[in-house]
Design a protein around this ligand. Sequence first.
Ligand code: GYE
Length: 323
Amino acid sequence: MNGKIYALIALLLCCAMLCGCQEKPKAEEPNLVLGFSQLGSESSFRIGNTKDIEDKAKEYGVSLMMDNANQKQENQINAIRRFIAYRVDVIAFSPIVEEGWDNVLTEAKQAGIPVILVDRTIKTEDESLYVSQIGADFYREGVMAAEYLMKKADEMGRDHLRIVEITGTENSTPMKQRHDGFWDTVAGDERMELLESVNGDFLRSRGAECMRYLLEKYGEKIDVIFSHNDEMTMGALPQIEQEGFAPGKDMLLISIDGGQEAIDVLKAGKINCIVECTPMLGSLLMETAQAVKEGQRVDRVIHPVERAFCDADDLSALPPRGY
Ligand code: GYE
């Protein structure tokens, strides 16, 4: 009898031990694994965009694989291939240029991994290669810049304004659409004359080089500088001052992005208008990626709300820009 009792006790003890040895419950699985290819770190906008995506991934409990391509499309393509191999749930990226993505996005499609475009967009015949594009209406930004200038010309009573343009990265969505939005809007305004358009690649150093070239070639003939981003504007400003011109007065400056550094210069009267292009796209990205993973329908194009900051505005109560 005793033997049976001991055997029963031993059996019960073994069961208890086995229960106690069960694997610990897995750490809570992330609800989403997101691979993001960022194009680089060329501007305050880009750095702010990266930080916002990283911050919002933490906030939304998203497991984020962030890759910085350092301004090279091939690095973005390689990163997307790594995300496919890793079998992330969703791939997102900010395409540095519009062309050349069909092959790698077809690979993502064949792997059954949905793709979201962030900030910029791509040109493709196959609309199924991405599910949504989250980013600014760059054409509208160009329109807003032009509308400011036409209103300013009225206020100044000018009948002729000679404009130089410093553009962003060749063949990128913001460069093409800001250019078109601006020049389509002033097309009917005979006061507006384009002297020359030069490529500054969204970089501060290139903005300085472009401005030096334009000042050497046109000097005081320049009435307006339309710069596609604040980084290039900040590069151009010292060049203008070194030539003895007062930026914001002798030469009007119109810029795009709206980071803190440029807003402070606008408040100091050296930039006349900054069209906002917010990098704070992280929440929209996380919500869209989660909806896509859950098989929900999402909007094909998602534009954040944006405004312009101009020299006539009272910006004293403007909250910190965060980028
Ligand atoms: O204006 C510029 C950045 O793609 C809208 O890229 C973005 C642009 C932005 O380099 O600062």
